[in-house]
Design a protein around this ligand. Structure first.
Ligand code: ATP
Ligand code: MG
Length: 449
């Protein structure tokens, strides 16, 4: 085995952070993403993100499982080179078994679940499952987006849905865009899988490639799932547009949404891609579902599972977390740890935003434009929902149209909410959800409360 000290030095020399180091150490130990997430009490998406950053720091490319093997080999080589010692065959065995761990569980030729997480515990979401199942199986929707803030449960809902309806499809492909594969890579990869690797000479042009993909989506009933779609959208853009090198994902969505075929592309995204806004229609074949927090009774099961006490305080805890299962898991774990599981003790203290929920919010924050940040900071100082006219007075330097665009963009990112005092749209007021407000106040305002 490579001694930990040695590993830590190499990691530090490649700029690996403390948070990334934990993920690196456990991956090298052969732990699966799920096991690492559990051990570090963080989201699986975060583990993947940190791993992806680690790979970048070591200049490792390729696909998921292969990357880990490459990294392990590189570390072994460096260790051998520097210490000139024989590395025990143990490590090599470890490399093989850990790679095996991460290969898709279902190795059939018709299903490739990629990096889809295994969903063993899943509460509620009956209505969401019914609606989306109907859209897919009865209405034959071609393009569906599950939208909502980080940690709200989009990925888990997509897995549950796809597993429930899998036997209605000839092919299933799950891809996460977390590592930002290019549109060309995604389409090529999908064609290779759907053609059973028979299509070897593909056209270079993306439009022609998409036409070929559509040919397969017509021939076979396929379910394609693209998770973490926000990864290819441009940070700080108000219109759900793409990073330059990922613009062709827009063509993929447009063509798959508009052209006739018998398959379905399901997206999970924190932000709404503009093609969805342009193509969706209540009676059409392109739809989106805003994934909200869990119902109180379903969210309570997360707290129950964690063995928390003082049930009379659970509802307010769930309300504060807006039923966000990820936030509840983090908060629950902390209450267990610091307050012996007593929710009442926890609510006496005012530390709502911490742990890995912060990482999620940091990620969202970094995506915002300067104006959006300014707006969030302004809303964070308010105690009540604020009307448009009041906001105009608060931020006089920006025009009304910019103000409206910024608010719409923040709403799409699920960072602000609206309340309507009466039916007149001009009376709409805007506010930050509790957790988000706490976060902005704590980390992005110089004058903390
Ligand atoms: N219905 C549910 N029942 C129990 N736990 C859930 C449920 N939905 C999600 N969770 C848990 O909440 C966490 C976040 O869920 P998930 O990863 O699906 O969120 P997400 O919306 O995809 O977040 P992100 O935008 O960061 O990718 C996970 O740990 C998951 O296990
Ligand atoms: Mg997700």
């Amino acid at each position: 085995m490579i001694p930990e000290d040695f590993l830590k030095n190499i990691a530090a020399s490649h700029g690996v952070s403390e948070l990334e180091w934990d993920v690196l150490r456990l991956s090298i130990d052969g732990k699966s993403i799920k096991a690492i997430a559990q051990e570090l009490a963080i989201n699986e998406g975060t583990v993947r993100k940190r791993l992806s950053d680690i790979y970048k720091k070591f200049h490792i490319d390729g696909r998921g499982p292969v990357k880990l093997a490459k990294l392990q080999q590189l570390l072994v080589n460096q260790y051998q080179g520097l210490s000139n010692e024989q590395v025990s065959s143990n490590l090599i065995t470890n490399i093989d078994s850990s790679v095996g761990d991460k290969l898709p569980l279902n190795a059939s030729q018709t299903q490739d679940w990629g990096e889809a997480p295994e969903v063993s515990v899943f509460y509620g979401r009956k209505a969401e499952l019914e609606t989306t199942t109907q859209w897919i199986l009865e209405n034959h929707c071609r393009l569906i987006a599950l939208l909502g803030m980080g940690g709200i449960g989009k990925t888990n809902l997509a897995v549950k849905l796809a597993k429930e309806i899998q036997d209605k499809f000839e092919f299933i492909i799950w891809r996460s865009l977390d590592n930002q594969p290019s549109p060309q890579e995604f389409v090529t990869d999908a064609i290779a899988f759907l053609s059973n690797h028979q299509e070897t000479e593909l056209p270079a042009d993306i439009n022609e490639k998409i036409s070929l993909l559509i040919k397969y989506l017509r021939q076979h009933r396929c379910l394609l799932i693209l998770d973490a779609f926000e990864s290819v959208l441009r940070s700080g853009d108000r219109f759900g547009r793409y990073e330059k090198e990922h613009e062709d994902y827009g063509i993929v969505l447009k063509r798959l949404g508009e052209t006739e075929h018998q398959s379905c592309l399901l997206l999970c995204s924190q932000e709404k891609p503009r093609e969805i806004s342009l193509l969706e229609n209540p009676k059409g074949l392109v739809k989106s579902l805003k994934v909200e927090g869990l119902k109180v009774e379903d969210a309570a099961q997360i707290l129950q599972e964690q063995g928390l006490t003082a049930k009379e305080h659970w509802k307010s805890l769930i309300d504060y977390a807006k039923g966000n299962p990820f936030a509840l898991k983090i908060v629950g774990a902390t209450i267990k740890d610091l307050f012996n599981g007593n929710v009442a003790e926890f609510t006496k203290h005012n530390t709502w935003v911490f742990g890995d929920f912060r990482t999620i919010l940091d990620e969202q924050w970094n995506r915002l434009s300067k104006l959006e940040k300014q707006m969030m900071q302004c809303l964070a100082t308010e105690t009540k929902a604020v009307s448009l006219s009041k906001l105009k007075k608060e931020i006089p330097q920006i025009s009304t149209s910019e103000l409206i665009e910024t608010l719409a963009s923040l709403k799409r990112r699920a960072l602000i909410d609206t309340s309507h005092q009466n039916k007149d749209e001009s009376q709409t007021s805007y506010y930050l959800e509790y957790l988000i407000k706490k976060y902005v106040k704590k980390y992005h305002l110089s004058h903390d409360e």
